[in-house]
Write a protein that binds this ligand. Structure first.
Ligand SMILES: CSC[C@H]1O[C@H](OP(=O)(O)O)[C@H](O)[C@@H]1O
Length: 371
């Protein structure tokens, strides 16, 4: 199955076969496009844990459909209790992206409001709620692009003829992390589609290489000029005037505007700040956690040290392989995210406009009023 760019949503279903949810196995990109079938809530949970699906918005919507599928895993009057248990199981998959908990809370509200429904009626309500959230996320990412486009247009106006706007991004906050469009990539796609000359520096993003495997794959498919760089090259490029703008995604934003995102984001923010380069974070309001005051309260996921000790990729025989890059006995330490403090952030690009990374700005992220 050949993927042709943003050729639809990253998660879908067959109207005639609704007990199966389809997505891509993102561990196989860029070498293979493999559809992954999710037929029950445990498959949904494991797909999130193993990063078959990843990216804050997509994790949330996958979990929401997982709750729907749970309705078919029990009979009779145990539905409410069982579905509640499956919601709690899905909550244990990955701790940092708040979209997971937002989507599960939304499904839990439906469950609690309909305790006495039979599992088919409850399933219909949970399915419709998951589809609603999916469509809202898709629309939010499109709107993020429209607001973020204004930033790129302003920079393009300062460029000599033919000189592109150079944008650095980290990890994958692309359409593969969302339902469509992406968050950080949405302004890039919309600028490119508008004929604005853009070029993207793609951080490879060790250890899982989401930049190399996913963002480079997306941009290549969409025909957006880009170069893959090591995570450590961004500082030099910024110091040498080769970066006009940094846009990254987010997994959780606290009330004061601190941002949790893929490990390495903070270092890019420091370098951007030191070189007076605008550093924006693109996110739907479903990524904001108003329950926490600052980034210090955000739980950082620690993943297996095998991701640090091995490099995963396709060997010459075409099979996915992994190579040990250190002594076997060397222990690794693998925090998956870091915290960028609000004072390093130029602005939050949301579906409700571009807001400041501050208490006031975050509170406005839920309002569609232009300020
Ligand atoms: C648009 S959210 C994308 C966000 O999620 C990624 O993390 P992971 O690939 O581990 O799910 C990364 O932090 C991206 O910025």
């Amino acid at each position: 199955m050949k993927l042709n760019g943003r050729s639809g949503r990253t998660i879908w279903f067959d109207d005639n076969k609704k007990h199966t949810i389809y997505t891509y196995d993102q561990r196989k990109f860029p070498h293979k496009t493999e559809v992954y079938e999710i037929k029950d809530s445990e498959t949904a949970a494991k797909a999130i844990e193993k990063m078959v699906v990843r990216g804050a918005p997509l994790i949330g919507i996958t979990a929401a459909f997982g709750v729907y599928l749970a309705c078919f895993e029990t009979q009779g009057d145990q539905t409410f209790t069982y579905v509640q248990e499956r919601i709690n199981r899905l909550r244990q998959t990955r701790p940092t992206a708040v979209n997971l908990f937002w989507a599960l809370n939304e499904q839990e509200k439906v469950l609690l409001e309909n305790k006495d429904l039979g599992h088919y009626e409850l399933a219909d309500l949970l399915f419709d709620n998951a589809v609603r959230m999916m469509k809202e996320d898709e629309a939010a990412c499109k709107a993020i692009g429209e607001y973020g486009l204004s930033i790129i247009e302003e920079l393009a106006a300062t460029k000599e003829d033919g000189e592109p706007v150079h944008i650095l991004t980290h990890c994958n906050a692309g359409w593969l992390a969302c339902i469509d469009w992406g968050t950080a990539t949405s302004p890039i796609y919309q600028a490119h589609e508008k004929g604005i000359n853009v070029h993207v520096w793609v951080d490879e993003t060790r250890p899982r290489n989401q930049g190399a495997n996913l963002t480079a794959f997306e941009l290549q498919q969409q025909g957006v000029p880009h170069h893959l760089i090591t995570d450590n090259a961004g500082g030099l490029l910024m110091r040498n005037g080769m970066v006009d703008l940094v846009i990254v995604g987010a997994d959780r934003v606290s009330r004061n505007g601190d941002v949790a995102n893929k490990i390495g984001t903070y270092l890019k923010a420091l370098a951007a700040n030191d070189n007076h380069i605008p550093f924006y974070v693109a996110l739907p309001s479903s990524t904001i956690d108003t329950a926490i005051a600052s980034g210090d309260e955000i739980k950082i996921e620690n993943r297996s040290d095998k991701e640090v000790k091995y490099v995963y990729g396709k060997n010459k025989a075409g099979a996915m392989d992994k190579v040990l890059i250190c002594p076997e006995e060397t222990p690794g330490y693998n925090p998956g995210f870091d915290i960028t403090p609000a004072h390093l952030i130029s602005g939050l690009i949301t579906e409700n406009g571009i807001k400041t990374a501050s208490e006031e700005g975050v509170s406005q992220c839920f309002m569609s009023v232009e300020l």
